[in-house]
Design a protein around this ligand. Structure first.
Ligand SMILES: [Zn+2]
Length: 125
């Protein structure tokens, strides 16, 4: 069994927590000392560490994050993380489309208002 621990802090307002990742053959487990860190829950600390995002690491072993990334490749954890990344990408794309559609809707509504005013004016001339 291999094990790595990282001291993490997501924001300055937050206390320090420890994320521990264990590898036993192809089985990966990850725990965190934060309130959402137990099995059956998902916290941003573990999600960051497992996704290879080392910005939250405040300990001196950030270079070991590469090992975690190599451990999870080709595991069910890695697959699930890829799905999360894909879903996040799709959400961003959909949000952009929604913004564009919202802007188009506002433009069409304004055109309707203008056309109605024009009709009212044309009818009373
Ligand atoms: Zn956590």
């Amino acid at each position: 069994m291999k094990e790595l621990s990282f001291l993490v802090q997501y924001s300055n307002e937050e206390p320090h927590y420890t994320v521990t990742v264990r590898k036993e053959k192809r089985n990966i487990t990850a725990l965190c000392t934060c309130p959402q860190g137990s099995p059956g829950q998902l916290c941003k600390h573990r999600l960051n560490i497992l996704s290879g995002k080392g910005k939250i690491i405040i300990g001196d072993n950030a270079d070991q994050l590469k090992l975690v990334t190599s451990w999870i490749a080709w595991t069910d954890v890695g697959q699930a993380l890829n799905k999360i990344a894909e879903a996040q990408k799709e959400i961003k794309k959909a949000e952009k489309e929604l913004d564009e559609a919202t802007a188009k809707l506002a433009k069409c509504q304004q055109e309707l208002v203008d056309a109605r005013s024009q009709l009212i004016k044309a009818m009373s001339d």
